[in-house]
Design a protein around this ligand. Structure first.
Ligand SMILES: Nc1nc2c(c(=O)[nH]1)N[C@H]1C(S)=C(S)[C@@H](COP(=O)(O)O)O[C@H]1N2
Ligand SMILES: [Mo]
Length: 389
């Protein structure tokens, strides 16, 4: 068979946009879903970048210890808006996929423009799905890939937000017409299938349900209804554990009776046993653990203020401090406390959690807890504090 005949045959078998007759599809549906999705992605992008910069602490972004709950809220909003976007994206794809079968125009200029638009939409869909999928897997703590989650999730976020902006710019006339115009895109009371109203309500309900079933990982009063929450809140001392002492290879060192904490300032070094730490002035504060893997929880912490420990080695209260743990496996074994966190009296080397001696999995013999700080930097099983600036 000659190639042109084959192409013609395949073409005849492909569906045609007109074959999809649901009255609920059309620009008015798509534009409304797109608006909701745009808001969800926008919020997700901003809160995600906030979290990203919290690690690198660029000088132009003033991030301090106040308010203590800020990171908890931005992280929760990030996960909630991402979760809400999933059903919206699926329904939006359903509403437009017949257009995939539009035959390309024959005229060369129109063909080129059509190709560009399709390519930009392909980038948009691929990056959007990538972000939501890697986000969900991150919450499930399942990393079936080789690349660095944070750097890749950040890089693709820029691609996603950029392609959304291009898409909105290209579609602006259609969007405007669909949202404010009176144009009828074919919906009629008599046709069968769900109405546009039903599809939009369904998408909204699915989105709300997805949030309800997971948001309890962050929002305390939803804890009971969030049956799909990966962290149901179970864990010793009423706090989930992100990585156990066994997984971090910290069991032995952490339980060694000859443990001493070392505080170092240049040549000046002080070593303290746990009993000596417990004899120093103790402070109690209520502070959250807010994990980038999608959960957060408030707890009551008791321990020694970091700047009180610095005073023992004659270091200024606003020094930058490098924290090292005794873990032997995996990431997050060290962190840095900037000066404005160190001088805050709520930044503790915690010895107790919710009124009990810190559980081994929560960082026994001692761990960092500071206000407005990502969970990954609340270093557990601390062995050494060093003044670095
Ligand atoms: N040394 C060390 N500290 C660590 C971690 C770690 O893997 N190693 N995980 C961090 C992460 S990601 C979080 S969210 C918090 C969780 O504290 P929790 O397990 O006590 O709830 O501990 C942080 N401290
Ligand atoms: Mo975390």
């Amino acid at each position: 068979m000659a190639l042109p005949d084959l192409v013609a045959q395949v073409e005849r078998r492909l569906p045609h946009p007109d074959d999809f007759t649901s009255p609920a599809r059309g620009p008015r549906t798509t534009a409304r879903l797109g608006l909701a999705l745009g808001v969800a992605f926008g919020i997700c992008f901003l809160t995600g970048m906030w979290s990203h910069y919290q690690y690198s602490m660029p000088g132009w972004l003033p991030i301090g210890p106040n308010p203590s709950w800020l990171y908890r809220v931005t992280q929760g909003v990030h996960v909630i808006s991402g979760t809400a976007a999933i059903p919206l994206l699926l329904v939006k794809l359903w509403s437009v996929y017949p257009r995939l079968f539009l035959r390309p125009p024959r005229e060369i200029r129109a063909l080129a423009l059509d190709g560009l638009e399709r390519a930009s939409i392909a980038v948009l869909v691929a990056s959007g799905i990538f972000q939501l999928a890697t986000g969900v897997l991150n919450i499930a703590q399942w990393y079936p890939w080789e690349f660095s989650f944070r750097r890749t999730h950040e890089a693709v976020a820029w691609i996603a937000i950029g392609s959304i902006l291009v898409h909105v710019a290209v579609k602006l006339p259609v969007i405007r017409e669909a949202l404010v115009g009176r144009a009828d895109d074919g919906e009629s009371e008599a046709s069968d299938g769900p109405s546009r109203r039903a599809v939009l309500l369904g998408a909204g309900a699915a989105s709300g349900l997805a949030v309800l079933l997971t948001a309890g990982q962050t929002v305390p009063f939803l804890r009971k209804v969030s049956v799909l929450g990966v962290r149901d809140g179970d864990g010793p001392q009423d706090l989930p554990v992100n990585r156990t002492a066994r997984a971090a290879g910290a069991r032995e060192a952490a339980q060694d009776p000859s443990f001493v904490l070392e505080v170092r300032h240049g040549a000046k070094v002080v070593s303290l046993t746990r009993a000596q730490l417990a004899e120093l002035p103790q402070r109690t504060h209520r502070l959250p653990i807010a994990c980038v893997e999608g959960w957060s929880r408030n707890a009551t912490w008791t321990g020694v203020a970091i700047h009180d420990l610095l005073a023992l080695v004659d270091a200024p209260a606003d020094s930058t401090v490098k924290v090292r743990s005794m873990q032997t496996r995996g990431a997050f074994g060290t962190s840095e406390l900037p000066g404005d966190f160190v001088s805050d009296p709520r930044t503790l080397l915690a010895l107790e959690l919710n009124g009990e001696v810190l559980d081994l999995d929560h960082g026994y013999p001692c761990r960092i807890i500071a206000p407005n700080r990502p969970g990954v930097m609340q270093t557990k099983w601390v062995r050494n504090l060093e003044v670095v600036a």
